[in-house]
Design a binder for this molecule. Structure first.
Ligand code: SF4
Length: 109
């Protein structure tokens, strides 16, 4: 069985700096972070890109590239409304209790 920890740590390190530039951070729920990173490493191994574990791939590249993590720039208006990304891996920087944030469907924006 492959040790996924090095890749999870690398993604965490890299993405932390990316989302910081756009007002987001990793959720303080460390268990959720570990769970979702585990899924993303598995998706990356299978499909050569860390696709979102919470959104369905269509097979169309132009659409699927919009759900490669972190996908926040493609869904900014929607996620800003929720103050979290769809999976909840990232939240607005000022969020301290992510459990209070609800998923709102895109058409609910
Ligand atoms: S919804 Fe969150 S976890 Fe999923 S790809 Fe987008 S930023 Fe990553």
């Amino acid at each position: 069985m492959t040790d996924t920890r090095p890749r999870k740590q690398a993604l965490h390190h890299f993405w932390e700096r990316i989302v910081d530039q756009i007002g987001y951070k990793f959720t303080p729920d460390e268990e959720l972070v570990d769970f979702l990173l585990e899924q993303e490493v598995a998706l990356e191994e299978k499909f050569e890109a860390p696709y979102c574990p919470c959104q369905r791939r269509t097979g169309a590249w132009a659409q699927d590239m919009q759900i490669i993590c972190p996908c926040i720039p493609y869904h900014r208006e929607h996620y800003d409304k929720m103050r979290r990304c769809w999976c909840g891996l990232f939240v607005h920087k000022d969020v301290t209790d992510p459990d209070t944030l609800k998923q709102i469907p895109p058409d609910g924006v």
